[in-house]
Design a protein around this ligand. Structure first.
Ligand SMILES: *[C@@H]1O[C@H](CO)[C@@H](O)[C@H](O)[C@H]1NC(C)=O
Ligand SMILES: *[C@@H]1O[C@H](CO)[C@@H](O)[C@H](O)[C@H]1NC(C)=O
Ligand SMILES: *[C@@H]1O[C@H](CO)[C@@H](O)[C@H](O)[C@H]1NC(C)=O
Length: 430
């Protein structure tokens, strides 16, 4: 929402962000588990590989380990390799398949306890551009590029490495890859790293989709893009590839210069490797998978004025007028929820933003080619006389937690939790 959130909220969020990424964590990270052992692997009818991983030893931190994992690997296209690891006995949260249409891994009931028709004895599984290789005990996998033999990803650890083996618990997943020193990595947004999109060793990369002002450095922002592009100089030639961890849970990614560790608080490991080898090729392969960007309207590239705190329409009119006086061309003027009646989406404040006056203002700015945007908050105001709230309850559309409608509170919007009518057993989140 706004960029002017309460400073105390920012402070709390900042403290939370930084507490997860102390330098002790990156320099001397805790090795949590002993990893898993590959106990079976077979070919699937769709040309993939399906295996099971068994926990080597329980570790006590962060809850019990998941004892048996299902591993599924597939060369989905000439330049895309998928590595999917999940609980072999229980369905886990994944980015919904209807939101991001993609191939389904074999279902758990189908695979559990089945002995492979075609057990695999070789430890290499080759596609046209990429090769998947693995070590069984402890289990680690690597992805190599066929043409130049470069190892793009390698999850096995050595005793000298500052990271450990695969960890898979209900609320803590960890996996690492070693990287050559001269690899340059870009991505893992959105965040406000002072260096831009190039990854710098020991900078914090937290993906947690928070509404924090971008003024703060080293902070995670609205979006989560758990994908990076790795650019390498191989014998004087530039080679690019990309790794996407398709997981919508919060995560920290630790880049140490010669390794990268994902620490994720839920979901599954669903890796997609895009072979490149050019940066443009990577972007093409990635967007053919996640969806192409929509073309933007030309006017959206113009100059925008947007802020929270325009108390009434006169203030907005003044802002537009003052741009004109200062001879600064203005293409778009925004309202950030000040126009709403009592924080209710799709309404106008009758006193401060009367509809006839707003429409007259819009006619005026439209006539000179300007555009107007209003910010709509995804939160629906709790007010029993509010039609959207009433219809939402009647149609049972709100997110539930333990059977109760989940009430969130954006402090910046001044929601007052104590006034909300709630059945006794409902849980409020702030
Ligand atoms: C991956 O790393 C392990 C541990 O350092 C090493 O033994 C293995 O050879 C590497 N795999 C590849 C394909 O380089
Ligand atoms: C609009 O808001 C400004 C600033 O709060 C105030 O000075 C002004 O009187 C208001 N105008 C109207 C028409 O309400
Ligand atoms: C609900 O909306 C009405 C009409 O806008 C308003 O008068 C009332 O104060 C609101 N109630 C709450 C609890 O916000």
């Amino acid at each position: 929402m706004c960029s002017l959130c309460l400073s105390s909220l920012l402070l709390v969020l900042l403290v939370l962000c930084f507490s997860g990424v102390s330098s002790a964590d990156t320099v001397n990270p805790t090795i949590i588990g002993k990893g898993y052992r590959l106990v079976s692997i077979q070919e699937t009818s769709d040309g993939g590989l399906l295996g099971h991983l068994q926990l080597i030893q329980n570790s006590k931190v962060y809850g019990p380990d998941i004892p048996l994992l299902q591993l599924y690997i597939k060369h989905e296209t000439q330049d895309r390799l998928r590595v999917h690891i999940t609980d072999a006995q229980k369905q886990r949260w994944e980015v919904p398949y209807n939101l991001l249409p993609r191939e389904q891994p074999p279902s758990l009931t189908q695979t559990i306890g089945k002995t492979g028709k075609k057990p695999i004895t070789v430890s290499e599984y080759s596609g046209s551009e990429l090769i998947f290789t693995y070590i069984s005990d402890p289990f680690g996998f690597a992805v190599k590029r066929k043409s130049d033999g470069q190892v793009l990803f390698n999850s096995s650890s050595d005793p000298k490495d500052p990271y450990g083996e695969l960890v898979f618990k209900d609320q803590y997943l960890e996996i690492s890859t070693s990287l050559p020193k001269d690899a340059s990595l870009y991505g893992l947004g959105e965040n406000s790293q002072p260096h831009g999109i190039k990854l710098y060793p020991n900078d914090p990369y937290t993906l947690f989709t928070t509404d924090v002002s971008a003024i703060n450095l080293n902070t995670d922002l609205y979006g989560s893009h758990p994908v990076y592009m790795d650019l390498r100089n191989v014998g004087g030639q530039a080679y690019a590839h990309s790794g996407l961890l398709l997981n919508s849970n919060g995560m920290d990614v630790f880049y140490r210069g010669t390794s990268l560790t994902y620490k994720v608080i839920g979901g599954v490991f669903d890796f997609y490797f895009f072979a490149g080898p050019t940066p443009l090729g990577v972007v093409d392969q990635y967007t053919s998978f996640v969806g192409r960007p929509a073309p933007m309207p030309y006017w959206s590239l113009g100059f925008h004025q947007c802020r929270w705190g325009y108390h009434n329409l006169s203030v907005v009119e003044d802002v537009v007028e003052n741009y004109k006086k200062a001879q600064i061309p203005l293409d778009v003027i925004w309202n950030d929820d000040d126009h709403m009646d009592g924080h209710k989406d799709f309404t106008l404040n009758p006193k401060n933003y009367p509809r006839p006056k707003l429409l007259a203002f819009l006619d005026k700015i439209h006539s000179i080619g300007m555009k107007y945007i209003v910010i709509i908050d995804p939160g629906i105001g709790v007010n029993t006389s509010y039609g959207v709230y009433q219809r939402g309850l009647a149609n049972d559309v709100f997110i539930k937690y333990e059977g109760c409608t989940l009430l969130g509170a954006s402090l910046a919007r001044g929601c007052k939790l104590s006034r909300l009518p709630q059945p006794e057993n409902c849980i409020l989140v702030g």
